[in-house]
Design a protein around this ligand. Structure first.
Ligand code: SF4
Length: 162
């Protein structure tokens, strides 16, 4: 319950901040859609409760900005397991790799599809390949960093020895 209360407080504070800073929701929308994306990102990050993932989601979904690939816990885990981002990369470093490698127009789809993939296949504790090497559609392309089917062990890629 506390969590819900806290979230609603943050939402109310954010709405008040928008009105104070921009005068109206419409003016805020224009700012998010038209200003330099880095400036929007920096401004949003000053708001209590807004972290990099939320700021990037606002840029992508509300601002319609292509080339922004928000990194949540699924995205952070999966691209390091696959070997596409360095095993010890933090969220920002994974974002840099993805925004460099993924065509700008595909970043939004990539973000949502990766989250779904993380729920359906490459889960945090029990990735599909752990018991069946053919159970994951990405099996042929994946380095399985931190995933050890032989022992059934799964660790964060940053702690992997392979
Ligand atoms: S092969 Fe395993 S570790 Fe690699 S993406 Fe699929 S489920 Fe994840």
């Amino acid at each position: 319950m506390k969590d819900y209360n806290q979230k609603s407080e943050i939402l109310i504070d954010t709405a008040e901040w928008i009105l104070e800073e921009f005068g109206s929701a419409a003016a805020f929308d224009v700012f998010v859609k038209d200003e330099d994306p880095e400036a929007v990102r920096e401004t949003l990050l000053e708001v209590r409760g807004v972290g990099p993932k939320t700021a990037d989601c606002v840029l992508l979904f509300a601002g319609g900005r292509v080339g922004v690939f928000p990194v949540d816990t699924h995205v952070h885990r999966i691209y390091r397991r696959l070997g596409i981002a360095p095993a010890d990369a933090d969220h920002e470093a994974v974002r840099e790799v993805l925004e460099r490698e993924v065509p700008a127009a595909k970043c939004g789809f990539g973000h949502t599809a990766t989250i779904q993939f993380g729920r359906d296949y490459c889960t945090a504790r029990k990735p599909a390949c752990l018991e069946d090497p053919d159970a994951c559609p990405m099996g042929d392309l994946c380095d399985q960093i931190g995933v050890y089917p032989a022992t059934g062990e799964v660790v964060d890629p940053a702690d992997a020895v392979n």
